[in-house]
Design a binder for this molecule. Structure first.
Ligand code: LIP
Length: 285
């Protein structure tokens, strides 16, 4: 069993015991009511951190809860593990089955290994640079080809998220973009994408895995943190998709001081120019 699967077993036990009425109530730990954290997030992160340090004592570690606890976080060229113990904490609290352990590894600041495990659906996504991306170790991603060639957003199913920043500025911008993703194209609204629809899972890591799998075509989010995406980025890229960050094509994670950025992932089974065309349409929304 991989570390992600062992960590996932802790999450599954917590959900199962709550579902059967024997588990203790979830204790929320953060002040921000839309950015939740529980005792299980902390326990799972400690479990993963200890395992990693035992095996790789010289490697660096960046974790969501370690960072939230105030630890100094420096992103360097050293081999670094970037961990979100529960991506989809809100889902975990509500019993909505899209939660994942996300373990990414960077070398020279380049995302190189990614493992995302959803213990509630028993789905393990993994990828290493140059080695392809897999579901449950044997099924090569993508699994699913688009029903028709994806040439623009009108052919796409788009994943996005509410995120935890509920300031007027951010929510207005997101709602305006979603409006244009969905709106019918008319001579008066040529910019409208009229896409197939939108979806949210509540987990950035699983949205990226869904892009890699081929069951959504585009994932767009403003406000992700590096631990949400470090593993999923490798999985998307190794499935043939692309991940764009911010307003440019830079794919590397630069510094822990510029956390919380915009990500756009587009599936494979497209030629590069269609991928870039879809990216530019998304940016124009
Ligand atoms: C969450 C993400 C979610 C995103 C939130 C948050 P958490 O991670 O996966 O998709 O919209 O902003 O980052 O807090 O559950 O680890």
């Amino acid at each position: 069993m991989s570390q992600a699967q062992e960590a996932g077993a802790i999450i599954k036990d917590a959900v199962d015991s709550r579902m059967s009425g024997t588990g203790s109530n979830i204790e929320l730990k953060k002040e921000n009511p839309t950015d939740l954290v529980t005792e299980t997030d902390k326990a799972v992160e400690e479990f993963i951190k200890e395992r990693l340090f035992n095996t790789y004592p010289d490697h660096k570690f960046i974790g969501e809860e370690t960072f939230a606890g105030g630890a100094k976080t420096e992103f360097t060229h050293h081999p670094t593990w970037i961990v979100d113990p529960i991506d989809g904490t809100t889902n975990f609290i509500h019993g909505y089955p899209f939660v994942a352990v996300s373990i990414g590894f960077t070398l020279n600041k380049i995302p190189t290994i990614g493992v995302v495990f959803n213990p509630l659906l028993n789905e393990l996504y993994s990828a290493a640079k140059g080695k392809g991306a897999y579901l449950n170790k044997t099924r090569k991603l993508p699994l699913f080809n688009p029903p028709q060639p994806l040439i623009d957003l009108s052919h796409c199913l788009i994943a996005t998220e509410a995120g935890s920043d509920r300031s007027k500025l951010v929510i207005d911008a997101k709602v305006a973009a979603i409006h244009d993703m969905l709106r019918k194209k008319t001579p008066e609204t040529p910019f409208a994408a009229e896409s197939h629809s939108i979806r949210t899972t509540g987990s950035a890591a699983l949205n990226l895995c869904n892009v890699a799998k081929g069951i959504v075509d585009v994932y767009w989010e403003v406000g992700c943190w590096e631990w949400d995406v470090a593993a999923g980025m490798v999985i998307v890229e190794e499935s043939g998709g692309i991940v764009l960050e911010g307003h440019n094509d830079k794919q590397d994670i630069e510094t822990a001081n510029i956390f919380c950025r915009k990500y756009l992932a587009i599936r494979a089974a497209l030629d590069r120019s269609s991928q870039l065309h879809i990216a530019s349409q998304m940016r124009d929304l």
